[in-house]
Design a protein around this ligand. Structure first.
Ligand SMILES: *Cc1c(COP(=O)(O)O)cnc(C)c1O
Length: 219
């Protein structure tokens, strides 16, 4: 696969779903990828990227930003409270607000810094103990809490369990977003982004299908 193949498939999925062309943002997930592969995608003109880890993002992206204008960086991995400031300084969007303590920390830092990245709330739709995200039953109250903190919540994000039908999880996420008046849906990865687009994804996070397999140490 290549960047243009993925863009073509995204446009076809938008059209098949009766949605406007270009309504889905492709986040190219560059975590663990060799710099040469990332540069290749930057050279093709793509500017929206996702990283899992704040430390890795801090190592890679300030340099790329000096060379390439208009980069939009998304943090899509679990965020420790003590990395919130670094994440907010680096990223345009954070997809993984998932607990009150983190929301409060981001709100305090936003006050201090005078700005805040756009935010998505991660929902643990599969209720998996090892996975980050607020539980579906607690999501409405958490959205309200984040809004009361004046956080710029754009939508919801999920990562379905690997062994389950992703469409059930995408539909659940869309339902929670709709009843909370949120329009952003960050869902869909290399294996299921077309399904996610059919169910309303506004942001798909695609890594290996664009860049190739990550080195084995990856997650
Ligand atoms: C790694 C990762 C992706 C991309 O996964 P691929 O299967 O390589 O497309 C998407 N979202 C999150 C949160 C990830 O950690």
């Amino acid at each position: 696969m290549s960047l243009s193949d993925i863009q073509t498939r995204i446009h076809a999925a938008e059209e098949a779903a009766g949605r406007p062309k270009g309504c889905v943002t492709l986040i190219a997930v560059s975590k663990m990828q060799p710099d040469a592969r990332v540069i290749d995608v930057l050279e093709q003109g793509h500017r929206v990227f996702g990283e899992n880890r704040v430390q890795e993002a801090a190592r890679k992206w300030p340099g790329f930003r000096e060379t390439y204008q208009g980069i939009e960086l998304h943090i899509i991995g679990p965020l420790q409270t003590n990395k919130a400031r670094a994440a907010m300084e680096l990223a345009d969007v954070i997809h993984t607000v998932d607990r009150p303590k983190l929301a409060k920390t981001i709100a305090r830092l936003a006050q201090e810094m005078g700005s805040c990245p756009d935010l998505f709330i991660q929902v643990n739709t599969g209720e998996e103990p090892q996975k980050a995200g607020i539980l579906p039953a607690e999501a409405d109250a958490f959205v309200t809490e984040c809004q009361a903190l004046d956080l710029p919540v754009q939508g919801l994000m999920c990562i379905p369990p690997v062994d389950e039908e992703p469409s059930l999880h995408f539909a659940l996420l869309a339902k929670i977003a709709a009843r909370n008046g949120l329009t952003g849906l960050s869902m869909g990865m290399s294996g299921d982004f077309e399904t996610a687009i059919r169910l309303g994804a506004t942001h798909v996070r695609v890594g290996s299908a664009i860049f190739g397999e990550r080195p084995p140490a990856g997650d």
